[in-house]
Design a binder for this molecule. Structure first.
Ligand SMILES: Cc1ncc(COP(=O)(O)O)c(C=O)c1O
Length: 435
């Protein structure tokens, strides 16, 4: 395909405002592919529903049967600039033709340093100088934060929160406390990690610090700024101010995990900017490279005290992912995607509240910008709604114990939001009618 042809194909697909289904969903080709997949892949993969994508543009994805879906998952909050944004694709292609790999751990990659410069400048540290460490994924960014927090403070304990999700490698899964399933048969977990309750103002001080661990031994409080996998929840007013005060009082680092909430999904670069505090370390991933594997641990400069060789991967901050990240930062800025996230998010939230007023099984509509959680009576109902939406060509995903999330790309448009609302209401009504 020539550049012009691929641009036209992108524009044609991205301009659609609603799904177009040409087979039942899943279709015959999807079913055949799933059957083949099941014979060879790890059964641990947490497949949500039988969706088999082939190509995408913006917020539209075509499956292997030629069905066109409206995508409110964005590859699970990853494709921030939409699927295959031409500028991201072009940056990846250019970098791929120049140099595929040279390890940033052991040598100096200009594109790696450029990404760090941009991230450091974006860091929500109130203008304090920052440094970044790049990884392949969110979980590795969390591991890096755990290691740096221990290294920089000389303390071993960490505090996480129930309902939170930080990844599945051994350190991050120990902080994760959303489902026992993630830990079952994998113990022992990392020692020296305790959990408190997200949004609670008492348990940390009154129970943990009083009876279990002295705050003088705690290296960091690690918190998802907004709770993602746990249900797309927002914290209560003032809670981050409370956490910040506790950290300052006891010399504890505040680590905000923004792997899911960061990179514009909240309408600001970082969700913590809505909370009126400055963390000490931020972890990022998912949306920062529009779909290429990249994570980042961004810390205040004075905390980056670890020495040569203390930490570093072969692939983390790969040239290709870095090129995609730079294009992503430019697109978000130049196309005004933070403002778009807020504007289109408001349309979705308003429409969803109207749907809630007509359908009692939708118990709560919560969120900000393109971070939207929809509460249903239980997990089965939430799953039925997810599947009913899928069969109508709308991609959404369950989260928490009993919720559905909407996390479309930051390029999601108002016309697409209005179509999504119509289809979502049909799905909710169908589940409600089945009783
Ligand atoms: C808040 C948060 N932290 C960390 C992770 C782990 O990221 P990854 O799956 O890239 O390892 C996730 C993934 O969903 C997440 O939502």
């Amino acid at each position: 395909m020539t550049v012009r042809e691929s641009q036209l194909a992108y524009e044609g697909l991205a301009s659609l405002d609603r799904p177009r289904l040409v087979t039942d969903v899943p279709g015959p080709e999807a079913l055949a592919r799933i059957e083949r997949d099941r014979r060879v892949t790890s059964p641990s993969l947490p497949r949500a529903y039988p969706f088999v994508p082939r190509r995408g543009a913006g917020s539209v994805v075509e499956d292997v049967d030629g069905n066109l879906f409206l995508d409110l998952n964005a590859g699970i909050a990853v494709t921030s600039t939409g699927h295959c944004h031409p500028r991201v694709v072009e940056a990846v292609q250019r970098q791929a033709s120049e140099l595929l790999h040279y390890s940033a751990s052991d040598f100096y990659l200009p594109v790696y340093a450029e990404v760090c410069e941009r991230l450091d400048a974006m860091a929500p540290f109130g203008g304090e100088p920052a440094r970044s460490f790049l990884t392949n994924s969110g979980t590795e960014a969390v591991e890096a934060a755990i290691k740096l927090a221990r290294y920089a403070t000389g303390r071993q304990y960490l505090i996480g929160f129930y309902q939170s999700f930080h990844g599945r490698s051994m350190g991050s899964v120990t902080l994760t406390a959303s489902k026992a399933h993630y830990r079952t048969n994998f113990g022992p977990m990392l020692p020296s990690i305790y959990h408190s309750f997200y949004g609670d103002f008492e348990y940390l001080e009154q129970v943990l610090f009083k009876r279990i661990v002295s705050p003088t031994e705690v290296a960091a409080i690690v918190v998802e700024t907004w709770l993602g996998e746990g249900g797309y929840l927002l914290p209560p007013e003032g809670w981050f101010g409370y956490l910040r005060r506790l950290c300052d009082e006891h010399g504890i680092l505040l680590v905000c995990d923004e792997v899911q909430s960061g990179m514009g999904r909240s309408g600001k670069t970082w969700a913590v900017e809505h909370e009126g505090v400055e963390p000490d370390i931020v972890t990022a991933g998912k949306g920062i490279a529009s779909g290429l594997p990249l994570g980042a641990m961004i810390a205040r400069d004075d905390l980056m005290v670890w020495t040569l060789g203390a930490h570093g991967p072969t692939y983390g901050g790969s040239q290709i992912s870095c090129a995609a990240a730079l294009a992503t930062f430019d697109v978000i800025q130049e196309e005004g995607l933070l403002a778009n996230a807020t504007k289109v998010g408001d349309v979705l939230l308003e429409g969803l509240r109207q749907i809630q007023s007509r359908h009692p099984i939708l118990l709560e509509v919560r969120g900000k910008a393109l971070w939207i959680g929809l509460q249903f009576p239980d997990h089965d109902v939430a799953t039925e709604v997810e599947l009913a939406a899928f069969r109508r060509g709308l991609l959404v995903l369950t989260c928490g114990d009993d919720a559905v999330r909407m996390s479309p790309a930051l390029v999601f448009r108002k016309d697409q939001a209005l179509a999504a609302l119509e289809i979502f209401e049909e799905a909710v009504a169908a589940v409600e009618a089945e009783g």
